[in-house]
Design a protein around this ligand. Structure first.
Ligand code: 5GP
Ligand code: MG
Length: 173
């Protein structure tokens, strides 16, 4: 049986949340030019839409973090498979993530970024599964909070599928 896909966020709802986030970020970084670091692959769609709503200039870089374990939860064995390329020393960094779950991925990334001596680091995530947090991490900009469930679409995959869907769905097996 194909999985059931329950709509969570429509195109319009996503666009509205991104506008709100972008307004706050543009105000907070007024007169600054932060470096937005997207976490591949999931955040590529969100980052693309977010940066186009900002009214401040921004430079863009990516990291790719792989977590090995089951398909639907992170194992905590995280590896960086693509490093940053821009020099972020003395720069304001905005980490852009699709979804924060246990927090292990962001915790790992924040530790990785520290030795590059950024001026500041903040985290922007489209979705926060706050109830599932295992490690305390800062999430400065959150688009939408969900309690549980596995989400796909808008960059989020299940086994590399569904990333290109313009809406976000809850996947029910
Ligand atoms: P964390 O390290 O916070 O547990 O998990 C973060 C990563 O796990 C995210 O970057 C994402 O790749 C993946 N992840 C967590 N929850 C979901 C989900 O509901 N759907 C999808 N597609 N990926 C998720
Ligand atoms: Mg991800």
């Amino acid at each position: 049986m194909p999985p059931t896909m329950v709509p969570v966020l429509s195109r319009a709802e996503i666009a509205q949340k991104i506008k709100t986030l972008a307004r706050r970020i543009s105000q907070d970084y007024a007169d600054e030019e932060p470096v937005a670091i997207g976490i591949l692959k999931g955040a590529f769609v969100f980052l693309a839409d977010l940066v186009r709503e900002l009214t401040i200039p921004v430079e863009i870089d990516f990291v790719r973090l792989a977590s090995y374990g089951s398909d639907t939860s992170s194992s905590g064995h995280i590896q960086i498979t693509k490093e940053i390329e821009l020099d972020i020393s003395g720069r304001h960094v905005l980490v852009v993530e699709d979804i924060v779950d246990s927090g292990l991925t962001i915790a790992y990334l924040l530790d990785y970024l520290k030795p590059f001596r950024p001026k500041s680091v903040r985290v922007c995530t489209l979705i926060d599964k706050a109830e599932r947090r295992e490690v305390k991490i800062p999430t400065h900009y959150v688009g939408h909070v969900v309690e549980r469930g596995f989400l796909v679409g808008y960059g989020l995959d299940f086994d590399e599928k569904y990333r290109a869907l313009p809406e976000i769905y809850h996947l029910e097996p």
